[in-house]
Design a protein around this ligand. Structure first.
Ligand code: NDP
Length: 317
């Protein structure tokens, strides 16, 4: 590793999930960091954490490296700020979404790179505090200085990604955006609704709501299995389950993967690659459609049973 951000200023725009984690990692690792945020409770929190807070435009103008950690849907409102970057500055995104789907224009004078953690902000902070790194996808979208990728890697190093256990994988804004959305539209989306269907089948067969919920996800076993998949591997983690469980999973699992399901996965990928999902979400944003979907999801038998159980367990007031 040759490039370093020592002696350069990093401006972190936004102090939310990723902004707070990355700013604190940079501060602890001895880098010059300022936060750009509106004047509100997030700005106060950053000041309480000992960081200098400027408004978003001033922070952006002051950074050699400007890291955009505002929510994806908010970033287009700051188009003028990103349009003002100068030669010598590097604009870093943590998500490929807005540039991949042409929702945002940026200055043509600066470098534009991707440093996208494959991890929640809480994990980015927690791992680095434990002296461990984390995975990043990196890409250069605009390479004016011919040093864009070196700067992207130097940013990964500065934020702690290359501590032991961490890695950067070369990607592109488009690939990162499509991969992220593909995960959300496939296993994450189906898992939620699959668990709801399991709850319906179990409770209609006479099993109590409480026993069904605890078995399906409320006990936390699902989280343990998820962590074991990440740590040991998809099939290797099965060694942690009983032999009866292993036999059941390996014989029953493949039956769910039908030709129709594979076609559905391909259709999801096509809708991402041709931009139709981005257009659909762009048209739905701000119309109240998401709030309506959320309201309907919170008024289902599984959500109502969960409310009762989680009160008994003290997880909800
Ligand atoms: P958050 O939703 O946590 O960002 C909140 C921050 O954005 C706060 O500082 C908030 O300040 C500010 N903000 C919100 N609305 C506005 C607004 N209208 N104008 C100005 N500031 C605003 O974002 P994330 O950290 O979740 O995401 C940041 C980026 O990181 C995104 O590109 C995302 O895709 C990417 N990413 C996120 C991950 C995660 O862990 N969530 C994982 C990997 C990538 P305030 O409202 O006080 O102004």
């Amino acid at each position: 590793m040759t490039a370093t951000l020592k002696g350069k200023r990093v401006a972190i725009l936004g102090y939310g999930n990723q902004g707070e984690a990355q700013a604190l990692n940079l501060r602890d690792r001895g880098f010059d960091v300022v936060v750009g945020n509106r004047e509100d409770e997030y700005a106060e929190r950053a000041r309480r954490d000992g960081l200098v807070v400027l408004d978003i435009a001033a922070a952006s103008a002051s950074g050699d490296v400007v890291v955009v950690l505002l929510p994806d849907e908010v970033q287009p409102h700051y188009q003028n700020v990103f349009g003002d970057l100068r030669a010598g500055q590097t604009l870093v995104f943590a998500s490929g979404y807005n540039l991949a789907f042409n929702r945002l224009g940026v200055s043509s004078f600066c470098d534009v790179v991707l440093a996208a953690p494959r991890m929640l902000g809480a994990g980015v902070r927690d791992l680095v505090q434990k002296g461990r790194g984390f995975p990043m996808l990196v890409a250069a979208h605009q390479d004016v200085s011919e040093q864009a990728m070196a700067t992207a890697l130097a940013y990964c190093e500065a934020v702690g990604a290359f501590l032991p256990g961490g890695v950067a994988v070369a990607s592109s804004f488009r690939e990162e955006a499509i991969l992220d959305l593909f995960s959300e539209h496939t296993w994450a989306a189906s898992l939620t609704f699959f668990l709801e269907a399991c709850f319906d089948v179990l409770t209609h067969s006479g099993i109590s709501e409480e026993a069904a919920l605890l078995e399906l996800y409320a006990s936390g076993e699902l989280g343990t299995v998820g962590a074991a998949i990440a740590e040991r591997g998809l099939f290797a983690q099965m060694a942690l389950h009983s032999t009866t469980s292993q036999y059941g999973q390996l014989t029953r699992g493949p039956g769910y993967i039908t030709e129709a399901m594979r076609e559905r996965l391909e259709a999801v990928l096509r809708a991402l690659a041709d931009g139709s999902f981005a257009r659909e979400w762009g048209a739905a944003e701000g119309t109240g459609r998401l709030e309506e979907l959320r309201r309907r999801a919170s008024d289902t038998p599984v959500a109502r049973a969960e409310e009762r159980l989680y009160r008994i367990l003290g997880r909800r007031p």
